[in-house]
Design a protein around this ligand. Structure first.
Ligand SMILES: Nc1ncnc2c1ncn2[C@@H]1O[C@H](COP(=O)(O)OP(=O)(O)O)[C@@H](O)[C@H]1O
Ligand SMILES: O=C(O)C1=C[C@@H](OP(=O)(O)O)[C@@H](O)[C@H](O)C1
Ligand SMILES: [Mg+2]
Length: 178
């Protein structure tokens, strides 16, 4: 039975690589944000606006414990999931955690074009976005580094790169020599 949790900052590739890896390996794919939106019938933005970040985090934890029961699944977490409550020890106790490690410059480039759907980034200028990424990473790395595996997820900018990253992730998780 496989239960793989992908963690990392916003824009690190959890959803993109998770979906591609699950398809390549015949596993179910769950994006925790999408799961939350489906169960609550509200978008992440609406949940933040109506319940605040604390309220969102309590819902996120409850949904994590739901999907933490699923089998043969790849779960793309939200960027903050590991950093609240006992979520990181929980994921390490029920599955295999993988930290998608991406340079802040690459995160900036990716998030600059994809920030509007993320309430924590939506209205930030370029300088504010850079500052937010760097300060969040310094606060969150202690959680991300508790992952069993660390994977460089900087090669996700084309289908060919995604395919290559899927192969490299599979080799890492199955301890095959490259
Ligand atoms: N279909 C796509 N085409 C091109 N780039 C994409 C596509 N999907 C995602 N990306 C790039 O990969 C980055 C990672 O996105 P995503 O997988 O949503 O990360 P996460 O789930 O960790 O926040 C995006 O910000 C974007 O730059
Ligand atoms: O880093 C965070 O605190 C968040 C990351 C988002 O998920 P992605 O990492 O998939 O963007 C989403 O859970 C929410 O906007 C909060
Ligand atoms: Mg995502």
């Amino acid at each position: 039975m496989k239960r793989i949790f992908l963690i990392g900052y916003m824009g690190s590739g959890k959803t993109t690589l998770g979906k591609a890896y699950s398809q390549a390996c015949g596993l179910e794919f769950i994006d925790l944000d999408w799961y939350v939106e489906g169960r609550m019938h509200k978008t992440i933005n609406e949940l933040f606006a109506e319940k605040g970040e604390q309220g969102f985090r309590e819902i996120e934890r409850a949904m994590l414990h739901e999907v933490g029961e699923f089998e043969n699944v790849v779960i793309a977490c939200g960027g903050g999931t590991p950093c609240f409550f006992d979520n990181m020890p929980y994921m390490n106790s029920v599955g295999t955690t993988v930290f998608l490690d991406v340079d802040p410059e690459v995160l900036f480039r990716r998030l600059k074009i994809a920030k509007m759907k993320r309430p924590l980034l939506a209205d930030k200028t370029d300088d504010e976005l850079t500052e937010t990424i760097n300060s969040a990473l310094s606060q969150r790395l202690p959680y991300y580094l508790q992952a069993k595996y660390h994977f460089n997820a900087e090669q996700l900018e084309s289908h060919r790169q995604i395919e290559r990253s899927v192969k490299l992730l599979d080799q890492l998780l199955n301890n095959q020599t490259i």
